[in-house]
Design a protein around this ligand. Structure first.
Ligand SMILES: [Zn+2]
Length: 158
């Protein structure tokens, strides 16, 4: 009896762990091409910094505003946080990948969705602290960094 129950328990545990299993990332050429693309000092970040410097705007880089929340660029005196959002990771409406294929498709979709949710939460959090937030897409900066710098200037009232 005891043994039977133990067997049943083992079976039900096994069944549960299989149904709840989170699919594991599979290394593909696509995922390999993306590793290392995320992070600081990206091309759009550098372009925006250069354009702001050219206009004489001073700012601080990579400022932690809360645990797990770092702004790419901060103008503390003006209470302004600027984020440079990569088209892929943040799901740009024009360049974000929409239909993932391959063994990781569900994981990719989930990951991008979570990033977008995190961005929205961060924006709300910063607003609630009485700061302003400017989010700039990578593609917009790469197309017109001086124009983006002017948008920052406008928020500074210059
Ligand atoms: Zn884009």
């Amino acid at each position: 009896m005891v043994r039977k129950r133990a067997r049943e328990k083992a079976r039900s545990t096994r069944a549960r762990s299989v149904s709840e299993a989170i699919p594991a990332w599979v290394s593909t050429s696509f995922s390999k091409s993306l590793s290392g693309r995320r992070g600081r000092d990206t091309r759009p970040e550098k372009a925006l910094r250069r354009a702001l410097h050219a206009l004489g705007v001073r700012f601080r880089l990579h400022v932690r505003l809360a645990p797990n929340l770092t702004a790419d660029l901060v103008l503390r005196r003006h209470r302004l946080a600027v984020f440079v959002d990569g088209c892929f990771w943040h799901g740009c409406p024009r360049h974000g990948k929409r239909n993932f294929t391959g063994p990781n498709s569900v994981l990719w979709e989930r990951k991008i969705m979570r990033n977008r949710e995190r961005d929205a939460r961060a924006t709300r959090f910063i607003h609630s602290a009485g700061w302003r937030v400017l989010r700039l897409w990578e593609c917009v900066i790469l197309a017109d960094a001086p124009g983006c710098a002017r948008r920052v200037m406008k928020l500074l009232g210059r």
